[in-house]
Design a protein around this ligand. Structure first.
Ligand SMILES: NC(=O)c1ccc[n+]([C@@H]2O[C@H](COP(=O)([O-])OP(=O)(O)OC[C@H]3O[C@@H](n4cnc5c(N)ncnc54)[C@H](OP(=O)(O)O)[C@@H]3O)[C@@H](O)[C@H]2O)c1
Length: 316
């Protein structure tokens, strides 16, 4: 594994991090989840990305991770960088989501119990809350660090102006915003508009989620929809997203990947990692074989201008 420095901080993160959004829930095979976590860590993936509501059911990915901690990861706690988040829908009633102090503190306390942890390495505000005063959310992040429940804090999917306010508010209180977590992949290049530069200017790292567009940027759907795929299992990726245009683009990108002697998944990850404004990409996986494939991406993250032009032309 290769490691990159996370903005202006003491933290190095692996170029590939493992996300537990899918395939680690109570509906999934614990055996398979455990094998993937072991394989990741054995191959230098030190960063595991979670959130309160990953599952399904809500909270169960953290429980799975807590089991793995208890069973085997506990002696390696100091070699691991573990995140969780709060802000999306988690429990019933008015305190079960968004950015209030009540939600964030209660949620983190629940997460720590589920994961068998005393603290997380980074705690994120999972989404910008347009109604709660931003000062309330951010002061709660500061207090969480002061309480020792998280070593660092981060923000996810914040619009530019709210992110700017957050970086400054936290800095003034001597709490560094370690990471901005945003969606970034060949199909979704929004962070290039300003978020990547803004993150760097504020000394934070950028960590990309869904770098494979939930599996679209792989060979998974080239010959139809496999029964065990995210689309077929009825997750967040919908069949409607696999339009004819998208499929045509996937096939054309796959040809470029073949010319680079990479799988499409490897090339898609390498494409995100080619930019040194990106600290790490958080991959999802449903099998050890997918992880094996994805880890190979770091071997070649260099693209010629002609390759980049061809990729841009496919997307035009
Ligand atoms: N901050 C946020 O709001 C936010 C939002 C979304 C995600 N995230 C984080 O980002 C992580 C990754 O998101 P994601 O799961 O959408 O990432 P992704 O890497 O874009 O997609 C992962 C899916 O792609 C397929 N796949 C992976 N490697 C493959 C390979 N080599 N060949 C063929 N197919 C492959 C698998 O689908 P199948 O299951 O079909 O095999 C896998 O479940 C999450 O776990 C979470 O930690 C954060």
């Amino acid at each position: 594994m290769k490691y990159r420095r996370c903005g202006k901080s003491g933290i190095l993160l692996p170029e590939l991090s493992l996300g537990l959004w899918h395939n680690f829930g109570s509906v999934d095979s614990f055996e398979n989840s455990m094998k993937m976590a072991y394989y990741a860590f054995d191959n230098g993936i030190t960063h595991f990305d979670l959130a309160n509501n990953y599952g399904p059911s809500f909270g169960s990915a953290e429980e799975t991770f807590g089991e793995i901690m208890k069973k085997s990861f506990m002696p390696y706690r100091d070699e691991l960088f573990i995140s969780t988040k709060a802000g999306h829908e988690m429990w019933a009633g008015p305190y079960g989501e968004w950015g209030s102090r009540k939600h964030l503190i209660s949620s983190l306390d629940q997460s720590l119990k589920r994961m068998n942890l005393e603290y997380v390495d980074i705690f994120y505000s999972h989404r910008y809350d347009p109604v709660t005063p931003l000062e309330e959310t951010l002061q709660t992040l500061v207090d969480i660090v002061r309480q020792g429940k998280a070593l660092y804090v981060g923000i996810s999917k914040y619009p530019k102006a709210a992110a700017e306010f957050a970086y400054k508010y936290l800095k003034e209180r001597e709490v560094h915003c370690l990471l901005y977590q945003g969606r970034y992949n060949i199909f979704n290049r929004e962070p290039e508009e300003d978020i990547l530069q803004q993150t760097k200017a504020n000394g934070s790292g950028f960590i990309a989620f869904s770098p494979l567009a939930q599996g679209l940027l792989t060979n998974r759907y080239i010959n139809g929809i496999p029964q065990d795929s995210r689309i077929a299992r009825g997750g967040f990726l919908k069949e409607e997203q696999l339009t004819e245009v998208v499929l045509k683009r996937i096939k054309a990108l796959n040809e470029i990947a073949t010319q680079r002697e990479q799988t499409l998944a490897e090339m898609a990850l390498a494409w995100v990692l080619k930019d040194d404004l990106v600290t790490s990409v958080i991959i999802g996986a449903s099998s050890v074989n997918q992880l094996k494939d994805n880890i190979r991406a770091i071997e070649n993250c260099v693209f010629s201008p002609e390759e980049l032009e061809k990729i841009n032309a496919i997307l035009a």
